[in-house]
Write a protein of this length. Sequence first.
Lengths: 339, 339
Amino acid sequence: MNDKPRITLSEVALAADVSPITVSRALRNPDKVSAEARARIDRAIRELGYVPNPAARALASGRTDVIGVVIPSVSNNVFADVMRGIYEGLEGSSLGVQLGTTRYSPMTEEQLIRVFLSQRPAGLIVAGHDQSPAARALLSAAACPVVQIMEVGPPPIDLAVGLSHYHGARAGVEHLLAQGYRAPAFLGAQMDPRSQRRLAGFRDGLAAAGQADDPVVTTPEPSSVSLGCRLFADLLARRPQTDAVLCNNDDLAIGVLFEAQRRNIRVGAELGICGFNDHEMMSAAEPALTSVATDRLSMGRQAVRMVRDRLTGGGAPRGHALDLGFRLMPRASTARGRV
Amino acid sequence: MNDKPRITLSEVALAADVSPITVSRALRNPDKVSAEARARIDRAIRELGYVPNPAARALASGRTDVIGVVIPSVSNNVFADVMRGIYEGLEGSSLGVQLGTTRYSPMTEEQLIRVFLSQRPAGLIVAGHDQSPAARALLSAAACPVVQIMEVGPPPIDLAVGLSHYHGARAGVEHLLAQGYRAPAFLGAQMDPRSQRRLAGFRDGLAAAGQADDPVVTTPEPSSVSLGCRLFADLLARRPQTDAVLCNNDDLAIGVLFEAQRRNIRVGAELGICGFNDHEMMSAAEPALTSVATDRLSMGRQAVRMVRDRLTGGGAPRGHALDLGFRLMPRASTARGRV
DNA sequence: CTGAAAGCGCTTACAG
DNA sequence: CTGAAAGCGCTTACAG
């Protein structure tokens, strides 16, 4: 591995016959440098293949061109979508991403926030509102914009973008009841704070409709299609009269669909299924599955936009929360009348 | 946003009554510092809440504690799994991840590699073997370990871990033929280099069995379940005698399953379906779907391990490629005899 | 529009 | 086992 000596800003300056400061300026505020100087500098940069050293820049300026992103997991397709939105939002900027995953542990999250903040990032994007008190204190005192994503409702530490999971789930259960299902149940995995809020929405929706029992099957295990099969089997064993399920997310809903098919239960007519997030596969399924649609992509995009707006001087004031809402997508899986 | 002045190494040194160098050493090689000094330093660090400045460290040492990861996309669940493996492999180290996505563009990939390399990362993990010539040149000259993931076969630039997509797909089509299907077809989306290799494996497998026609439907669009439905519909319109499909990946296979159900085609008996990767949902589906299993998680883990081993002095020699293999998982969707 | 000086917070050899 | 000196490659005020 050869360590070819890097080209530095001073060498560019020498080649362009200006001072290093002027090169630095040409890189950051090109319009504050004369056109002639700029031309010579650009040429020198190109010919020498100069690439700025971000560590030196960060040390000298006390800032970094990196947005820290702290999420529970990358292999959860909800966060995968959010990440894609973040990358899309970053396009055209020189900002990079430093990604950390908490595996749903507030301790790990706090540790990551501490480390990320110590690098003086350009901004921080963190999932949810349930940080540890110490983490919240760090974020409140942060010298950069902080965006809490996924959820709105609790007052943001700085900025927030997301939706109300409580109301999304409540809309789901209300839809099931409106379709004429009498004994809806809730299936949940992972049970992170957003899932808890969805469960609360489900319970309140049921209670408002005068339903007394509490038909809920949850597990802390990470969500999956096969888990959906298992949870549904458990549910039927414990509460055979169940005629509809609101699933914590779409994976579980697909699992319920498969398990119902295995048992020759007619989905729609005999069993209503509603998912959450409206993953692309929901509308492709047979029968098509009802879900509560969320816009993970724009969640990521908007989070980056909020950081970028702050960086360019403007941006929303501290305390601003952007509610992206949700949309119930009724499909054949909750069409009780039909068939 | 208050900019509270950071604690520096010198302040820790002052508090611990040693020189800054000793603090630095205690941080990097604790066993080269006396136990007493170490105790005082640890205490000072804790009490002052000192966090090292990575930019200063990077500038002074010419190195960074970050592994650059360059992949096509984060919202593809194959890469999501790989990323999780990478994070698992990182546990217990102080290394971070800088993630870049190429959106399947070799130009963007080259640009990312250039930028990442300019930051002198601890290592670089890049997807595939199809970098631009300029990118290959950069990687060959890199001062850090470079691991090409996803695939083995082409000689690695430095290190590689993956599997042969050609042989995986070939095993898939051979299985379909062995099960007695007469007219298998190939369905492909995205068609990145790995997909192309799978297609080649399919074609060679067919040809070896004496099949003359070339039943292939592909699209450059990103893969999805609904795309699987559409491609299968196209395929049936163009080649009604098709009695089995080898899908480029599991999303498409699930789409084929749903579309077959919609058309009352009996999966298994009338139509064989084989996916690729063996996503968790394949075994949960009804009927369970055959797939070629790949181990994305250990791909990520092993890639990190290779970097870490190099960093600690040892590690595999340049040119080493680790073949993780694949495993055909025969299930009901290709059980032609049954039903 | 341009530049000389100082400094960001560490680590690297080199001594002892 | 410990430390004094120099320097990594930039940017920040401050002048002019």
